[in-house]
Design a protein around this ligand. Structure first.
Ligand SMILES: C[S@@+](CC[C@H](N)C(=O)[O-])C[C@H]1O[C@@H](n2cnc3c(N)ncnc32)[C@H](O)[C@@H]1O
Length: 223
């Protein structure tokens, strides 16, 4: 995918790191170790959040390895599942993992409105994506606008993101988060619960946010 530059942001910084080799270790590093030991939020809680809000007409944005989709217990065999990501390695890994649903794959960058989609979705997830994005609240607002634009009226956008402030309570968590920010893997130094609420309020209503450790779990309805 060609490099896009929006307002001098490197909008590819948050996805380029996901090589096939890294994706082989991703679930263990992120969902096996980091959630509990660095971010103080058990993975089971994230899975439950996903199950509570996903529907049978679902678009997952920022798919990684397809971890939550694969483990979701609410999809029926004929569920319509869309996968959207800027990184083709992630799309391929997730599509293979949930091939039983014959997913639709869309390669697109959140920095721009999506052009390829046809039918809207009743639920859209953004699990662990916002904290990977560079830039400020204005850019996050734009991203949420793009994601919400593919929802049906009353459709739900939900997800989870790591807050940069306050810093993780674990010493190791603070070192890891600072290092990921220096490398551009994360861009969440300025992200707080209040800034997330403001970002979501631009496109959504009936917003609910819960904080567990460094993780903010959020959901809102298309307005
Ligand atoms: C930390 S991973 C999360 C994976 C998965 N949702 C999970 O929770 O296990 C972030 C994902 O967002 C994607 N991503 C990051 N920046 C993006 C962008 N600007 N546009 C589209 N996808 C992006 C990455 O390629 C990657 O798949």
């Amino acid at each position: 995918m060609p490099s896009i530059n929006t307002d001098n942001l490197d909008v590819n910084s948050g996805h380029q790191v996901y090589t096939p080799k890294l994706l082989r270790w991703y679930d263990l590093i992120v969902h096996g170790v980091s959630n509990r030991w660095f971010w103080s939020c058990p993975t089971q809680l994230l899975e439950a959040w996903f199950d509570d809000h996903a529907t049978n007409n679902h678009l997952d944005i920022g798919v990684g390895t397809g971890f939550f989709l694969d483990r979701c217990s609410v999809f029926s065999p004929d569920a319509r599942i869309g996968l959207l990501d800027a990184n083709p390695n992630c799309l391929a890994a997730a599509a293979k993992r949930i091939e039983r649903y014959h997913p639709e794959t869309i390669q697109a960058n959140l920095a721009e409105p999506f052009e390829q989609l046809t039918e809207p979705f009743t639920s859209v997830s953004l699990m662990y994506v916002l904290h990977c994005l560079p830039g400020d609240q204005a850019f996050r607002k734009r991203v949420i606008e793009h994601a919400s634009a593919v929802l049906t009226k009353d459709g739900k956008l939900f997800g989870a993101t790591l807050l940069g402030k306050p810093s993780p309570t674990s010493w190791l968590g603070r070192q890891v988060m600072a290092s990921y920010n220096r490398k551009g893997i994360f861009g969440n130094e300025q992200d707080t619960l209040e800034s997330l609420k403001e970002v979501l309020e631009t496109s959504l209503v009936d917003i609910e946010i819960q904080q567990v450790g460094s993780v903010a779990l959020f959901v809102g309805r298309n307005s």
